[in-house]
Design a protein around this ligand. Structure first.
Ligand code: SAM
Length: 292
């Protein structure tokens, strides 16, 4: 007689006791520099995995697997997990943790020892990004991965709550800025919840936010992504200034900035914080001469 397999919801996840024991075994003392706050609560992991809407056939990219809290939950939900970890001690430990807690799924894990802000090659093609990100580099990591891995068509990341608000903000909002517009170049981003501090070890001083994203086509424009991003950077470097003034350096003078803004159909006295990614793309395009 074959025994019924436990459903993913009943598979053991890592709690405070296991996390502390694993950390002790390898002599890890969590560092702030690497944003090491490990999840010690199975319900939080189940919530993240459910919100990520991972298909069972998918390969998931996880950044910063740490001691494996989220990795186990992802292995239950996906076909394969590629985990990119910068800390060599944590990366070396992960396969044996997965072997101990998910022996049947140990072959479905690839561990890549690398900086997620620099990685450009992976052993499998991921279609989803699901991660509890190191907080100090969360936005650059997401932008780097969306740029270099076009196969990533959706995902869910946990970041500092205030960073989550900035990533999902729309034009006109107080929190709208560079992460919002650059994120919107690649994807539709949406807030998917707030997570308290006590589900981590060590507990951070602020809450975390979940950001769900779905990739979409970037704006259609003759300007390259780099050219559009240069306008975004210039506009928000001096966010209290009008676009005419803020873009003077980029355009080669305030009069030129005004000319390009008018071609793009954007009010030169507006500020960057009220225009969307399509308008930024039109401004960048306005500076590019038309070839006959
Ligand atoms: N996923 C684990 C969890 O939920 O318990 C750990 C999350 S912890 C917030 C962030 C993890 O990212 C740590 O394991 C840290 O070592 C790793 N990390 C930090 N900077 C990184 C980088 N640039 N590239 C890859 N991993 C990084």
């Amino acid at each position: 007689m074959t025994l019924p397999q436990p459903s993913p919801a009943t598979q053991p996840l890592l709690g405070a006791t296991e996390i502390r024991r694993l950390a002790e075994e390898i002599g890890v003392r969590p560092t702030k520099t690497l944003g090491q706050n490990f999840v010690i609560d199975g319900n939080t992991i189940r919530r993240i995995v459910a919100a990520a809407k991972v298909d069972p056939a998918e390969t998931v990219l996880e950044v910063g697997p740490g001691l494996g809290s989220l990795t186990l939950g992802l292995l239950d939900a996906a076909a394969r997990v590629v985990a990119v970890e910068i800390d060599p001690v944590l990366a070396a430990k992960l396969p044996s943790t997965v072997q101990a807690f998910r022996p049947d799924q140990a072959a479905n894990l690839d561990v890549v020892l690398s900086d997620a802000m620099r990685v450009t090659e992976l052993p499998a093609v991921p279609t989803a990004l699901v991660a509890n990100l190191p907080y100090n580099v969360a936005v650059p990591v997401v932008l780097h991965l969306l740029e270099h891995f076009p196969s990533l068509n959706h995902g869910l990341v946990m970041v500092q709550d205030e960073v989550a608000d900035r990533m999902v903000a729309g034009p006109g909002s107080k929190t709208y800025g560079v992460p919002s517009v650059k994120g919107a170049w690649y994807s539709q981003m949406r807030k998917a919840g707030v997570i308290g501090m006590n589900v981590f070890w060590p507990a951070p001083k602020i809450s975390s936010g979940l950001v769900e994203f779905t990739r979409r086509e970037p704006p259609v424009t003759r300007a390259s992504r780099q050219e559009v991003f240069a306008v975004i950077d210039a506009a928000f470097a001096q966010r209290r200034k009008t676009l005419r003034a803020a873009l003077a350096g980029w355009a080669g003078g305030a009069a030129e900035a005004e000319k390009y803004l008018r071609i793009a159909g954007v009010d030169p006295s507006a500020r960057g914080e009220v225009i969307d990614v399509h308008a930024f793309a039109r401004i960048a395009e306005a500076k590019i001469p038309l070839v006959a």
